[in-house]
Design a protein around this ligand. Structure first.
Ligand code: HPA
Length: 278
């Protein structure tokens, strides 16, 4: 089955038209709020919301720990559009569906993408509850959201990936963390398909190939953001310690509890970055 680019483009435009009508303002900063990390949305002032189910062609979150709505309003005086809940490969969506909202955000004027996620920490210096600023990533999801015909007006066929996470944004996040005495680790995120957590042998492998944290999201959105020339930044909450020789069983409840504990720091940091770039 070949991918119908014209249909996809029309769908993006229809969703953007709906949101322009429904949410009004055009935002420059887009936020994607991951597992257990939706609280930042509550700090958005004057938020207008659109349920994913009501937006034309939008996928719908099937994960219980994710809300499914888009909000638009101001955060620290800066106009933002936020996804409260995202889409994952393990839900059965493909790369184009997962990244559909990023294409739509760009149509709405977003040129800066700030992403959060929950991830397993493989760097032995990381502790549960730490935040990790992504410096780089490895795509091990076995797919790429850019395969198939390229929309040249969106971006190049062969996008550069020498710096997928904008250095200027990373510097701002680092300074904001220092100012607030928030411990901010830095490292490489590897994206896997999921939904199972990894085996010991897999964690050993993922650490060996150069990753500090592992998760099931973010990389598709950041690839598409880069494709369209957006500045991207991402922060992981380390929700479990993935040390192959001392591995403990982990449940989704553990992951959510750790995300909830770290959420205030993550929220403070994201907010500070938005204020700084606004
Ligand atoms: N592996 C993959 N994704 C995750 C993990 C993990 O250990 N923890 C939280 N998200």
């Amino acid at each position: 089955m070949s991918f119908d680019l014209d249909a996809y483009r029309s769908q993006v435009n229809e969703a953007a038209a709906y949101l322009r009508e429904k949410l009004g303002t055009e935002a420059r900063v887009g936020l994607i709020l991951g597992t257990g990390l939706g609280k930042l949305a509550e700090e958005i002032d004057g938020a207008k919301t659109a349920e994913y189910g009501a937006i034309p062609h939008f996928p719908v979150s099937t994960v219980e720990s994710h809300h499914g709505r888009l909000l638009s309003g101001t955060l620290g005086g800066v106009t933002v559009t936020a996804m409260q809940g995202r889409f994952h490969l393990y839900e059965g969506y493909d790369g184009r569906q997962i990244t559909f909202p990023v294409r739509v955000m760009k149509q709405l004027g977003v040129d800066t993408l700030l992403v959060s996620n929950a991830a397993g920490g493989m760097n032995p210096l990381f502790r549960r509850g730490d935040l990790m600023l992504l410096t780089d990533h490895i795509n091990l999801q076995g797919m790429n959201p850019l395969t198939g015909p390229n929309a040249d007006e969106w971006g190049p066929r062969f996008p550069d990936m020498s710096e997928p996470y904008d250095k200027g944004l990373r510097d701002i996040a680092e300074q904001a963390a220092l100012d607030r005495a928030i411990r901010l680790q830095q490292g490489v995120y590897v994206a896997v398909e999921g939904p199972n957590l990894e085996t010991r042998a897999e964690y050993r492998f993922l650490r060996f190939i150069g990753a500090d944290a592992v998760g099931m999201s973010t990389v598709p959105e950041v690839i598409v953001g880069n494709h369209m020339g957006m500045r991207c930044m991402a922060i992981s909450v380390i929700t479990d310690e993935c040390l192959p020789d001392a591995l403990e069983p982990v449940s989704i409840e553990d992951v959510l509890a750790a995300a909830a504990e770290a959420e205030p720091n993550l929220t403070a940091l994201m907010r500070a970055v938005v204020e700084e770039i606004g």
